[in-house]
Design a protein around this ligand. Structure first.
Ligand code: F6R
Length: 605
């Protein structure tokens, strides 16, 4: 989603800003812009629709931008088309401003500003804030007071950064229900929506809280709370040079992240399992034994991880579990009962709907647990308990390694404390899970075979995924992965649901990918295969060796994944569906790491 960078106090401010935008590209965006300000306050900017490379080319053509401070932005269109005139920064008089989020009262503010004679150049809600700041600078002698007065008038969710000719060298920031941090290093002050945007010398990160404003100067950051009082906020070391991620020998971040999975799933498991002692190490505060019901909430892939976990929590732990997508949960007036606890799954820890669902549950008095890949995220800070996943930075917009790490952590959590399993069953579950990293490594060998299939799938108009039990959510995930990066219409269904409607989609040659492990429901899965095959479907099975042998001749193509226990099976088969999506997208030639219209971290509704 939109990205913000601000810098104060560097002779190469504009280069640092554009480099910061490049590092934010993974978040997804459709236009970019930068504005530099000199020591005398004089400002100059450039904007471009499309990629940061288009902006960089425009800057190169004009010999770069001078300036010791400035702001920059990647925009993911909400109000107004993805055109240059809607790209940020927006200029109004002495002010340039960038904004992430939505200003809900923008129409009323715009009417007021127009009545005062101000004219607007864009269709965005953001431009009103630039005008408000420009107008406030006439009224308030201290620019920080002017800034706070503006922020106090805004409704909605926003992260903002601004510079002004009347306050040379300063960068103004504000945060409400959208991520923004400040950072310091080497005589420079920074503002960013994501630590990834910061250069190596940003040694100290300051995590702003909702309602905060900040004014960054060379080597300083004046943070105030919503009442205007100086505020001390949580600090952490900056990402430094070791925080940088590159593609290594891979063509795409997604490809690299798929291949990293054996390692990062192993690392996540090791954080929760004492393999030598055969014991589970959950944070002391987590007490699944005390819960009467577990509510799991997330969006997209994270919600699918929760759906897989529901099978585990209910069957292994006997813990009644409900899973909901955050955007529905938060608005459906959910009913709570004594002993409810809520688990929020989020790679970024910043997804707006999931965060608001967490706040809703916290306000209702529930214990809140965040399972997140981003330890300093808002969810990690606000939840009662944090369960980290150790996937490392995930750059590809389509989630892969974060998903399998979520599954690994959830599998450990399920049943860990409910004493439903005897010691032997616990040891068997630990052995089942511990094998997952090795088996994922073996599943990566499917790549060559999948590549041949992907060439065919790339020409398909529709692809269906079927699964049962804990493989049903993986069918949904497989379809989501394929549609988001290859733009092929893909749907996932519970295999048993086929006859209740989806089978009407089957005609000669339609590709149906069936997740078919040799489990208690194998015969039912096989009968679903027969039903679609009888209607002309081209069945592609993802099966363990025993199931593959049993399916002999029933599928047009079978990818044999290594034999895995019930906990490891969805984690291992995830590799197969990820490879199918990835290689199909490569054959289609799409922008795999930054697919159209998508954002990595959905921080607005
Ligand atoms: C799909 C994908 C999304 C995210 C969803 C939640 O590949 O990545 O569906 O899973 O936007 O994001 P987080 O986990 O950051 O809350």
């Amino acid at each position: 989603m939109c990205g913000i960078v601000g810098v104060s106090g560097r002779a190469d401010a504009c280069e640092v800003l554009v480099e910061g935008l490049r590092r934010l590209e993974y978040r997804g965006y459709d236009s970019a812009g930068v504005c530099g300000a000199g020591l005398d306050g004089a400002m100059a900017g450039e904007r471009a629709a499309g990629k940061v490379s288009a902006l960089a080319a425009k800057l190169a053509a004009r010999g770069g931008l001078a300036g010791m401070s400035g702001i920059a932005h990647t925009r993911w269109a909400t109000h107004g088309a993805a055109e240059e005139r809607n790209a940020h920064p927006h200029r109004a008089g002495r002010v340039a401003l960038v904004h992430n989020g939505i200003i809900e009262n923008h129409a009323a503010l715009k009417a007021e500003l127009m009545a005062a004679g101000r004219t607007f150049q864009s269709d965005t809600d953001s431009e009103v804030v630039a005008h408000l700041f420009d107008a406030a600078l006439d009224v308030h002698a201290d620019p920080h007071d002017a800034w706070r007065a503006v922020v106090g008038r805004l409704q909605g969710a926003f992260a903002l950064a601004a510079v002004s000719e009347s306050a040379p060298g300063l960068v103004f920031g504000a945060r409400k229900a959208a991520p923004l941090l400040a950072a310091l290093g080497n005589g420079t002050g920074y503002i960013a929506s994501d630590a990834m945007a910061l250069p190596e010398d940003a040694a100290t990160i300051i995590y702003l809280e909702d309602g905060d404003t900040v004014v960054a100067g060379p080597g300083s950051a004046d943070v105030r709370d919503a009442q205007g009082r100086p505020a001390q906020r949580k600090q952490a070391a900056g990402p430094g040079v070791f925080g940088r991620v590159d593609k290594g020998p891979f063509r795409h971040f997604m490809e690299k992240e798929i291949h990293e999975q054996p390692e990062v799933v192993g690392r996540t498991l090791a954080a929760y399992l004492d393999l030598a002692g055969g014991a589970v190490n959950l944070p002391a505060a987590v007490d699944f034994a005390a819960m009467n019901r577990l509510l799991i909430v997330g969006c997209g892939t994270a919600a699918y991880a929760g759906m897989v976990a529901r099978y585990w929590f209910e069957s292994l732990a006997g813990l009644p579990t409900e899973v909901d997508i955050a955007s529905e949960f938060r608005y459906r007036d959910p009913a709570f009962a004594k002993g409810d606890a809520a688990l929020f799954i989020s790679q970024s820890g910043e997804t707006a709907d999931t965060l608001e669902a967490l706040r809703l549950c916290k306000a209702a008095g529930l214990i809140t647990i965040a399972l997140t890949n981003t330890p300093h995220s808002t969810m990690a800070r606000e939840a009662d308990i944090v369960l980290p996943t150790l996937a490392g930075p995930e750059i590809g917009v389509a989630s892969t390694k974060a998903f399998t790490c979520q599954l690994a952590a959830l599998a450990v959590a399920a049943g860990a404390q409910r004493e439903r399993m005897d010691a032997q069953a616990v040891q068997a579950a630990i052995a089942d899970l511990s094998a997952a990293p090795r088996l994922m490594g073996e599943a990566l060998n499917l790549r060559q075979g999948v590549d041949a299939l992907a060439l065919d799938l790339a020409r398909s108009d529709i692809v269906l995924f079927l699964g049962r039990n804990s493989l049903y959510p993986l069918a949904l995930e497989g379809a989501l992965k394929l549609k988001e990066i290859s733009y092929i219409h893909a749907e996932g269904y519970a295999a048993g649901e086929l006859k209740h409607g989806p089978i009407a989609l089957i005609e000669e040659g339609v590709a149906v990918i069936v997740l078919a492990p040799m489990d208690a429901l194998f015969d039912k899965t096989r009968s679903s295969i027969e039903q679609v095959r009888a209607r002309g479907a081209r069945v592609i099975a993802v099966a363990d060796p025993e199931a593959a042998a049993a399916l002999d001749g029933q599928s047009a193509l079978t990818f044999v994944t290594p034999a895995a226990g019930r906990l490891a099976a969805p984690i291992v088969m995830a590799v197969a569906v990820q490879l199918i999506a990835y290689l199909t997208a490569v054959h289609k030639g799409t922008d795999v790491d930054q697919p159209r219209n998508l954002a990595k971290s959905v921080t607005v509704e």
